[in-house]
Design a protein around this ligand. Structure first.
Ligand SMILES: [Zn+2]
Length: 86
């Protein structure tokens, strides 16, 4: 995950509350006849270069890049009611 501001492109009200959705790989052995699971190994994190991010306000989930791009388009300080230049 990148150390950059996020902004939810869906609800456009959340910059702080997110979840990361990552993939895990978990090995297991099956019984060839009964199909029952015999042995389960510890889950292992799959390293994604671009993790999925979920907004905890509206539950929208998308690529991390979409949240970063939205924050770049609409930075915190650049709201019309609060201009940075005076
Ligand atoms: Zn949202």
């Amino acid at each position: 995950m990148q150390e950059k501001p996020y902004f939810c492109p869906n609800c456009r009200s959340n910059r702080v509350k997110f979840s990361v959705i990552s993939s895990v790989s978990q090995r297991f052995m099956k019984d060839a006849i009964s199909g029952s699971i015999q042995e389960v190994n510890e889950p292992q994190q799959i390293q994604d270069s671009e993790p999925m991010i979920q907004c905890n306000v509206c539950n929208f989930a998308g690529n991390e890049l979409r949240f970063i791009k939205q924050a770049e388009r609409e930075p915190r300080a650049m709201t019309p009611t609060n201009p940075t230049y005076m």
